[in-house]
Design a protein around this ligand. Structure first.
Ligand SMILES: Nc1nc2c(ncn2[C@@H]2O[C@H](COP(=O)(O)OP(=O)(O)OP(=O)(O)O)[C@@H](O)[C@H]2O)c(=O)[nH]1
Ligand SMILES: [Mg+2]
Length: 307
């Protein structure tokens, strides 16, 4: 570890429209999955910190939910948390999707950068999907005209292209300061939250309808057995909004829940590096996304918004 006096740190907020690959880029930079990823917008619901320490420099990333017009209280909480995450950081990483038009969400975010005078780096993601590079050039020049980005880096999070360049550019923004986290830390998320998020990711991926957007997962038990078996028992409750949704989540003869459990267990074993015995329960909590007490109880701290 570098001496305290040589250490540098940067807090960097990762922002952009839903589904552009913010969490995928974070995971690619860290070389491991700390934030869940799915093809559905609004996968990320809360601010998740990911920590990357390379030699003297520690980058603390804040992965945010994609910026969208809110449709319920959970949505309001998410937008507020994104806009707040732009202030008080050392820099922002704006993620755009290759070949896409500049969205109102990006314009709003760039407006915030300007207001706060925040250094920002632009990452254009999913370049693997864009064979025509002239489109990329045009997109870069349009975006560069809107804000003096410190750097513009085309990347592909899934192919791991450009990720090292991006990290290199972000490192240049670090300021002399002692590290905030241990040098081997990866995330600020408690293990129970990580376990719950893994279950939610499988629901997002396996259920095709709107059902998973109305789902919250809490982990009510996580304990390592003391019998030398190396097994950790994890028990999680999946809350959904309707009795009919409960049926869909459980599936015919419990088939869907079993599949969710199998995939989630595999990911947990990988992340926690131990054997896992996972038990899943499904409960109905009507309209929880609009009930403030329910939001708070499920880990979405809404104490900051009005009303
Ligand atoms: N082809 C391709 N797909 C990608 C790339 N990066 C991410 N994706 C896919 O894009 C989808 C969205 O990725 P996420 O990382 O969840 O996006 P996000 O911006 O965090 O989304 P929200 O949390 O909902 O705001 C997933 O299906 C990813 O696998 C990439 O470089 N290329
Ligand atoms: Mg995300």
């Amino acid at each position: 570890m570098a001496e305290n006096s040589e250490q540098k740190t940067a807090f960097i907020s990762i922002v952009g429209r839903p589904n552009v690959g913010k969490s995928s880029i974070l995971n690619a930079m860290l070389g491991t999955k700390v934030a869940i990823v799915s093809h559905k917008p609004q996968t990320t619901r809360t601010r998740i910190m990911g920590v990357l320490t390379q030699e003297e420099t520690q980058l603390v990333f804040i992965d945010t939910p994609g910026l969208l017009k809110p449709r319920n209280r959970l949505g309001e909480y998410m937008v507020k948390s994104v806009l707040e995450s732009v202030s008080g950081v050392d820099a922002c990483l704006l993620v755009e999707e290759a070949g896409e038009k500049i969205s109102p969400a990006s314009q709003e975010l760039i407006g915030k950068f300007r207001e706060q005078g925040i250094p920002a780096i632009l990452a254009i993601n999913k370049i693997d999907l864009l064979p025509d590079k002239s489109v990329l050039m045009a997109q870069i020049s349009k975006l560069s005209a809107l804000y003096p980005f410190e750097a513009v880096v085309p990347v592909s999070a899934v192919k791991n292209n450009g990720i090292a360049d991006l990290t290199g550019e972000l490192r240049k923004l670090a300021q002399p300061s002692a590290h905030f986290f241990d040098d081997d830390a990866l995330t600020d998320q408690p293990e129970r939250v990580v376990a719950g998020e893994i279950v939610r990711e499988k629901l997002l991926r396996l259920l095709s309808s709107e059902v998973p957007h109305g789902v919250a997962v809490t982990v009510d038990r996580m304990s390592a057995r003391e019998d030398g078996s190396g097994i950790t028992d994890i028990s999680a409750v999946i809350y959904c909004e309707k009795e009919s949704h409960k049926g869909i989540i459980i599936g015919k003869n419990g088939a869907m829940l079993k599949k969710v459990g199998t995939y989630a267990r595999e990911d947990m074993e990988h992340f926690f590096d131990c054997k896992v015995n996972l038990k899943l329960w499904v409960r109905v909590k009507e309209d929880w996304r609009n009930r403030e007490a329910a939001l708070r109880a499920l880990g979405y701290d809404s104490s900051n918004f009005d009303g």
